[in-house]
Ligand binder design. Sequence first.
Ligand code: SF4
Length: 236
Amino acid sequence: MFVIGGIQKTTLLDFPGKIAAIVFTQGCNFRCGYCHNPDLLEIKQICDPDLVSTSFSKEKLLSFLQSRIGKLDGVVITGGEPTLQSGLYDFIKEIKKMNFAVKLDTNGTNPSIIEKLLNDNLLDYIAMDIKSPVDKYSLITNSKVNIDNIKRSITLIINSNINYEFRTTVVKNQLSFDDFNKIGELIQGAKCYYLQKFNSLNVYNPEFINMDTYNDNEFLFICEILKKYVKFVDFR
Ligand code: SF4
């Protein structure tokens, strides 16, 4: 199974240093209130007309990527949650054969597939969401969360030899300054962490439309907290 929710044919922003296409997989096991891709959460075949002009089967997508060899450097696989797709491994293998660099975005709930992909050198960059400190994970994701899996994914990524980032979407009333100390402890020793300003456009839970994020000065303060634990910290 590899259910594609949509594609973006080019991005200069989502894969550091690379011109890439983005593949959005369909389905997620979390229900974060601030999610910007609410149409991608249910497992069903859809196509977002804003993202694609026609429906994309896996075969059609592979043939599109084939046509982009020499024009694109890489492919970003995001969601939804890509690691829910049983066909993810084979799909990545096929695009690696075309010599594309691969970036995987994940919520870290499936460490086994992350481990397999890392062991087989099939990833060039991995971005993992850190939703919150451990004690708030279920609240923020509105889901039952196996924290051992989250911790295992963090360890695998920190110990990998590829470029990576951890990142947290920050809604002001969900995460206190002290929570960032706890997040720092969770990813202690990591090399790269981004705080992401929450944006209230197109959110999964309409209650979030009126919610806010911290201001720039507050973000600078939070960055200082995180720098005790992580080599590079920034906000965007
Ligand atoms: S923000 Fe990410 S992990 Fe959360 S519901 Fe949306 S796609 Fe899933």
